[in-house]
Design a protein around this ligand. Structure first.
Ligand SMILES: [Fe+2]
Length: 313
């Protein structure tokens, strides 16, 4: 065990971020994904510096049914991992026997009952300790990819403009990564398929538009999940050309492993991996964390040979 405490003194904000917990009443061992989520929350709870946020980047459930969301509630009952808990919406959260609308209603209902956040759209933002957190989310039935309406794109552009005026780093969350990043579409599934559509595993049609908006601003950090790629760092980048941490035109793209489903393509594919975001006046640090064993990553070199990402801002 290594205690969850900030790397440096003077921290302004910290958050534990996980993705793809896939809570599912039809799981062969339904208690397992609940265990991983609960373990992550317990790890956050024990943080030496109280966590400002505990975030899941979508696919919190495998299907967005009442039953699955009730299991999420059970997993988090009596847990108090952070000042603010936030669920982003993933494609699996939008799937429900009663259709997309019913699934999204469950997302709103349980976001409210579990986290206290009132939601009226699958996209929303929060300001935490003065830092902008912007959450994109599919707003119509779209299969595995995301579907963003013109309204959502206009809202996103305006939220980013406001965030940019703060002069602070901006944190964007979307279940799906930009198309073609993090080894996609190759890393989309355990089995590789050379004929896969280049958009597969990413946001889909509006990826370039989202990227163009992100790149207008400084110090943007974009978190995704979705591909269950596992944890990859510099070694994978040099051997295979992809990583969980990628950088382009001034933005950082961070792809999270699945917390509770099998990962593939990673340097480490175990479950229970999240990342801790630490924000300081002059830098942002993102540290992979093995939440169930309560250990920091030591084996995967993330940036400049260090087992975490550190960016001066
Ligand atoms: Fe997933």
């Amino acid at each position: 065990m290594s205690s969850l405490k900030p790397l440096y003194p003077g921290i302004r904000l910290n958050a534990l971020i996980v993705s793809d917990t896939h809570i599912d009443c039809k799981h062969p061992l339904p208690a397992l994904p609940k265990y991983w989520l609960r373990s992550a929350a317990k790890d956050a709870e024990k943080s030496v510096h109280r966590m400002d946020a505990f975030i899941t980047v979508g696919d919190t459930t495998s299907r967005g049914s009442e039953k699955n969301w009730q299991m999420v509630s059970q997993a988090l009952v009596k847990r108090n991992p952070a000042n603010k808990m936030i669920f982003a919406i993933g494609n699996h959260d939008c799937w429900n026997d009663d259709g997309f609308e019913a699934a999204v209603e469950n997302f709103y209902k349980y976001s409210k009952s579990i986290t206290g956040n009132k939601r009226e759209t699958p996209y929303f933002s929060h300001i935490i300790n003065g830092y902008h957190f912007v959450f994109l989310g599919t707003d119509s039935d779209s299969g595995c990819e995301a579907q963003f309406s013109d309204e959502q794109m206009a809202w996103f552009a305006s939220e980013m403009e406001k965030a940019g005026e703060s002069g602070k780093p901006i944190f964007v969350f979307c279940h799906q990564s930009l198309n073609g990043r993090h080894g996609l579409p190759r890393t989309w599934d355990r089995e590789e398929d050379p004929d896969r559509d280049p958009m597969e595993g990413g946001i889909g049609e509006r990826s370039d538009e989202v990227a163009a908006i992100l790149k207008k601003y400084k110090n943007v950090f974009y978190f995704s999940g979705h591909s269950h790629m596992g944890l990859c760092g510099e070694n994978k980048k040099s051997s295979e050309g992809y990583s969980s941490f990628e950088y382009e035109d001034g933005i950082c793209l961070i792809n999270l492993p699945s917390l509770a489903c099998g990962n593939h393509h990673g340097e480490v594919d175990t479950m229970g991996i999240g990342v801790v975001l630490e924000v300081y006046d002059d830098r942002v640090v993102i540290r992979p964390r093995f939440t169930s064993t309560r250990r920091w990553n030591k084996s995967v070199a993330i940036k400049d040979g260090k087992p975490y990402l550190e960016m001066n801002i």
